[in-house]
Design a protein around this ligand. Structure first.
Ligand code: EZ4
Ligand code: CO
Length: 412
């Protein structure tokens, strides 16, 4: 059996997704997710122009060798575009190996280490009553862990707050917390870190008071603080016992995490925009983080993310793979198989996809009593309906960006 062909499928049911489909000479197909939110077509070109021509004739069983070949033979290494493209090949080959052996991918990775994956949902609100309602809805849906994002007095739209019909000028409300605007240029938002730092501890105090001490609560700082601001927030949030504080500072300066660490015992999670084990190497070895946020889709696939998470295990650092809706159902399935198999699983981020997306991608994935499970179909357990996919052509979409009150660009 050899790889016969590969094709790149772009579809935009509720948002854009890039999928690689590899077909073998025996007619077995494998799917891989290559979605890079807001820069999708760069990965499409990388795959179509530079990777697909290399795949025909290769042995699909040689996953490690295919990965090393794509990583090393390009000469130019790393970066989100390259690594999303390699990830898609890696996932598709694991999918094929599962189908050929008749086993779900988690069995090939060592078998299940647990019954299912603890997953967290995303509660948000501009004001406390709206936030509390959102927490209650998530509890009613079975979530056993919840991320809390809140409005800040004086600021308009901010990261992580579900938009209402009134925010979109009466247009379609978005409840998936993913504010990529389709068919438009990027939208400018406002930001004030000092106002945020003054407001947030009171929000967590109120949430703990309302919902009690047991519920695991998470928060995403979305790269907006300086190291000393992040240290202060971590310290201020200690009484409210967070499960984690995510992306407290921009990831480029990794020394920042050392400073934050010296000041607070609030657990730290980082890495949703990282793309290789090298980005995590110092943070893991020096035990500057508690959770690895890498996603299968952006870390180069199941193969390198497993290596990264096995390395983290030596330091009691756990997984917390990135799972917004910009990870496609194929990518979510791939990291659910990995999460089920590894020993040092921590938590899985979960943002359910929209109805149209679920019609394009049929999934064996289950969500029950707050736990995710990738299902027991051979391979990844996802099939792509190409006719459905063809109904939704690509639409350019951008994430928002931030400016401070005086017009200075800030991190979003
Ligand atoms: O803003 O995936 O923790 N989750 C996040 C996400 C990111 C988007 C960007 O594409 O930070 O919601
Ligand atoms: Co995040």
């Amino acid at each position: 059996m050899i790889i016969d062909r590969a094709e790149v499928i772009v579809t935009s049911p509720d948002r854009n997704f890039v999928t690689l489909k590899i077909t073998t000479s025996d007619g077995v197909t494998g799917l891989g997710d290559a979605t890079l939110n807001g820069r999708e077509l760069a990965v499409v070109a990388y795959l179509r122009e530079h990777v697909v021509p290399l795949l025909a004739g290769r042995d699909p069983h040689r996953i490690e060798d295919a990965w090393q070949f794509l990583y090393r033979s390009a000469y130019w290494r790393r970066g989100p575009v390259t690594m999303a493209a390699i990830a898609a090949v890696d996932m598709a080959l694991w999918d094929i190996k599962g189908k050929v052996t008749g086993l779900p991918v988690y069995q090939l990775l060592g078998g299940a280490s647990r019954e299912g994956l603890l997953a967290y949902g995303h509660a948000s609100g501009k004001e406390l009553p709206e936030l509390f309602d959102s927490v209650r809805e998530h509890l009613a849906d079975g979530y056993r862990a919840i991320r809390i994002q809140s409005g800040v007095p004086g600021l308009k739209a901010i990261y992580g707050i579900a938009s209402q019909a009134s925010d979109t000028g009466g247009g379609e409300a978005r409840y998936d917390h993913e504010p990529a605007r389709r068919g438009e240029l990027p939208v400018q938002e406002d930001w004030d870190t000092r106002a945020y730092l003054r407001h947030l501890p009171g929000v967590f105090e109120a949430v703990r008071h309302e919902f009690g001490p047991e519920l695991p609560l998470l928060h995403d700082g979305h790269h907006r603080m300086t190291p000393i601001q992040a240290a202060k927030l971590g310290k201020d949030l200690e009484p409210f016992d967070l499960f984690w504080l995510e992306d407290c500072t921009p990831a480029e300066n990794q020394e920042a995490l050392r400073l934050v660490r010296q000041h607070t015992t609030t657990p730290l999670a980082i890495g949703e925009i990282f793309n290789t084990v090298w980005d995590f190497q110092d943070l893991i070895r020096e035990q500057l983080i508690d959770y690895v946020r890498g996603a299968v889709t952006h870390m180069g696939g199941i193969t390198p993310l497993k290596k990264t998470i096995d390395y983290a295990a030596q330091y009691q650092i756990k997984s917390g793979f990135h799972g917004p809706t910009d990870i496609s159902p194929v990518g979510m399935a791939a990291q659910a198989h990995l999460g089920l198999a590894i020993h040092n699983f921590g938590i899985q981020e979960y943002m359910p996809h929209g109805e149209k997306t679920n019609q394009v991608f049929e999934q064996s994935f289950t969500w029950q009593d707050g736990l995710l499970h990738p299902g027991d179909q051979p391979g990844l357990g996802v099939t792509l309906d190409t006719d459905e996919a063809g109904r939704y052509p690509y639409e350019r979409a951008y994430l928002p960006y931030n400016r401070l009150a005086d017009g200075t660009m800030h991190d979003w």
